[in-house]
Write a protein that binds this ligand. Structure first.
Ligand SMILES: Cc1cc2nc3c(=O)[nH]c(=O)nc-3n(C[C@H](O)[C@H](O)[C@H](O)COP(=O)(O)OP(=O)(O)OC[C@H]3O[C@@H](n4cnc5c(N)ncnc54)[C@H](O)[C@@H]3O)c2cc1C
Length: 416
């Protein structure tokens, strides 16, 4: 069923009885050409592009919970391509271009809203760093505008400019950055993949791999053995646990990252704002809630809920930047499992085990990567060659010293 304004009108007039399920609930087959492990945004995007762009038909996505239960339904919805390093910039800009046409391509309202992302500077040195980043972005084909203090003030008159502990000296704006409705994205990919014949199997946990003589021929699951010529893992925060079953130790730590939303307020924040003197970022949802977040909780965990100290720290950043936020009431908080890599950059790679592929290490920035990650992973699985925009995301980069450390903080995942 194609969605359109005419369809909504017709269904509205006829009691909304004609809507069909958004995707099927098939039983797992005993064998597929390709199995994607993990039905998050990246896994479903991979399955969609495998079917749509690379002509594969016999694909299953195995999800241990329900579609949208992982990070893809828990993130703060920010999309941007304001990256510095050559290994990252073209990849995230490719993603941004895919976002710009995503809703037409999937025929699904993912509420992609390009209202701009601003990173603030609080010293001259920090403004120089943002200028350098803006130049790198433009070289990678992205858009970037350096704002002075007066321009920031014009757009955000309610920030604390005159008595602030961290005075605002300017900002770097990416006008094409913004937000997208996170679960709309995963539902859109799921529906479009299903329409291309991909079997989406929910409540199906992969418990082991079938590996013999260095070749992977499928998986054991909570719903039985499923064979496949190629198995592509894409489980974000569970990467280390799942790949340990293939005897692989990854350069990844899992941390919990929290997000918070306030009661609905009148529109006040036009796009996304990132505070430069602490870890705090904020946007406003269509329902009016201020959606904000900050640091990861600085300990390893597989629990999808965090502690109060990080909430307090995020709120401190918010109040330092815009004191009026102290009067808003926090409605909900939640956490998600983020797969923090040692240099803060991801992996899209083959493994040493033939037929087994790995995608992970997205840290807390993988939502914006969803379309390009799916596309480049599908390219790798289908052709066994790296997509040029994702060629830097190799598992062996620490061996060869080609780290992609965007923030320059070294092997300290909690700081990336
Ligand atoms: C609070 C928070 C805020 C964030 N904000 C942003 C943001 O603003 N912008 C941004 O770009 N990124 C953001 N991120 C990061 C982003 O959400 C993740 O990097 C991205 O969603 C990870 O990819 P995914 O969607 O495939 O992950 P997930 O949705 O987590 O998908 C992985 C799936 O694998 C499944 N799985 C795990 N183990 C197994 C198994 N054994 N068998 C089968 N299935 C399994 C899980 O159930 C899960 O559904 C944020 C993350 C969090 C937690």
């Amino acid at each position: 069923m194609r969605y359109s304004a005419a369809k909504i009108l017709w269904q509205g007039l006829t009691g909304n009885r004609g809507w069909k399920s958004v995707w099927r609930e098939p039983q797992p087959k005993s064998e597929y050409d390709i199995i994607v492990v993990g039905g998050g945004g990246h896994g479903l995007a991979t399955a969609y592009y495998l079917a749509k762009k690379f002509g594969h038909k016999n694909i299953a996505v195995l999800e241990k919970g329900w579609i949208g239960s992982g990070n893809v339904g828990r993130n703060t919805t920010i999309i941007r391509s304001n990256y510095l390093l050559p290994g990252n910039g073209p990849f995230y800009e490719m993603s941004m271009k895919l976002w710009e046409n995503l809703e037409q391509e999937l025929n699904y309202n993912a509420m992609v809203s390009q209202r701009g992302v601003v990173y603030l500077s609080h010293s001259d040195a920090q403004r120089d760093t943002l200028a350098r980043r803006g130049n790198a972005m433009r070289l990678a084909g992205a858009d970037a505008v350096l704002l002075d203090e007066a321009e920031v003030r014009k757009n955000f008159p309610y920030f604390d400019y005159d008595n602030a502990r961290f005075p605002i000296t300017g900002g770097l704006l990416q006008p094409r950055g913004g937000t997208a409705r996170h679960d709309g994205v995963v539902w859109g990919y799921a529906r479009a993949a299903d329409q291309l014949g991909v079997d989406i199997i929910q409540n199906c946990e992969v418990t082991n791999f079938l590996i013999d003589n260095g070749v992977c021929s499928g998986v054991e699951t909570s719903r039985g053995v499923i064979k496949a010529k190629k198995t592509a893992v894409c489980v974000a925060g569970s990467s280390s646990k799942v790949m340990a079953k293939a005897n692989m130790r990854l350069p990844i730590e899992s941390h919990v990252l929290q997000a918070y939303v306030t009661e609905g307020l009148k529109p006040v924040i036009p796009g996304v704002v990132v505070f430069g003197a602490g870890h705090f970022y904020i946007s406003q949802s269509d329902k009016g809630g201020l959606v904000f977040g900050g640091d990861v909780d600085g300990y390893n965990t597989y629990a999808q809920r965090g502690g109060m100290p990080v909430l307090e720290h995020s709120c401190e950043g918010g109040v330092a930047l815009m004191p009026m936020i102290s009067r808003a009431r926090v409605l909900r908080t939640w956490g998600g499992l983020v797969d923090m890599s040692m240099d803060g950059s991801p992996f899209i790679d083959k493994t040493a085990i033939s037929g087994l592929y790995f995608n992970g290490g997205w840290c807390y920035g993988g939502f914006k990567a969803t379309p390009a990650s799916g596309y480049c992973y599908a390219h790798l699985i289908a052709k066994d060659t790296y997509h040029p925009n994702a060629a830097a995301y190799r598992l062996d980069r620490y061996l060869s010293g080609r780290m992609l450390d965007e923030r320059g903080v070294g092997a300290q995942p909690n700081l990336h």
